[in-house]
Ligand binder design. Structure first.
Ligand SMILES: Cc1cc2nc3c(=O)[nH]c(=O)nc-3n(C[C@H](O)[C@H](O)[C@H](O)COP(=O)(O)O)c2cc1C
Length: 186
């Protein structure tokens, strides 16, 4: 099996990270891979904001929890009031993937970039996970103000985030594949 297929089949979402930061060189390679993703009409209107500052990440988590606390959904409220909830699993790096929501395919462009991030990370021995909570809360006024402080363009919405870091050793779960998801017509 070639290296790309190996990376695709062996990638798993990582939800427990070591404190050790990934190198600047690896981060650059991962972000470069993101920018090589396909995009509708080749617009490349996305933006990738990598955060490697633990204090900034904790503050971001606090803002997200603040938004959840205002929700009417009990599950989100519980997360909002939890002392221990950390949406990015204490990963040392978080990449926020945002885009102009002007084109209907903005979300697809970001999803392609996210998968490039996950596969590039896997190829470098770095664990990753899609983190959705900022996608749910980016338009909360306090979250938005914080994103603006971080330099995320005002006209962007967040489509996803990628947690990155070295995985705490854990047995790799066998992937359970849904049945009947592929059709070949000849
Ligand atoms: C759009 C999307 C949103 C996701 N959001 C989260 C999330 O917020 N937190 C999380 O732990 N995993 C999240 N995941 C990861 C999925 O739970 C995971 O990919 C799925 O369970 C399959 O497991 P695997 O990635 O290990 O193969 C998300 C995945 C996708 C594609």
């Amino acid at each position: 099996m070639n290296e790309v297929l190996k990376a695709i089949k062996s990638r798993r979402s990582v939800r427990a990270y070591m404190e050790q930061q990934i190198s600047q060189e690896d981060l650059n390679a991962i972000l470069e891979a993101a920018t090589y993703a396909p995009s509708g009409m080749n617009y490349q209107t996305w933006h990738f904001t990598a955060i490697q500052n633990a204090t900034v990440l904790e503050e971001l988590n606090k803002k997200i929890k603040g938004a959840f606390a205002k929700s009417e959904e009990p599950r989100l409220q519980e997360r909002g009031h939890s002392q221990t909830y950390c949406c990015y699993y204490h990963a040392p790096t978080l990449v926020i993937v945002s885009n102009e929501p002007m084109q209907w395919w903005a979300a697809m462009d970001c999803a392609c970039a996210m998968q490039n991030i996950f596969l590039a990370a896997k190829s470098l021995g770095i664990g990753s996970c899609w983190i959705n909570q900022l996608g749910q809360t980016y338009d909360d006024p306090e979250v938005r103000a914080f994103l603006t402080e971080l330099g995320i363009p005002e006209n962007h919405r967040v489509y996803g985030c990628a947690a990155l870091g070295y995985a705490v050793a854990a047995p790799v779960k066998e992937r359970q594949l849904a049945e009947g998801t592929v059709t070949i017509i000849k």
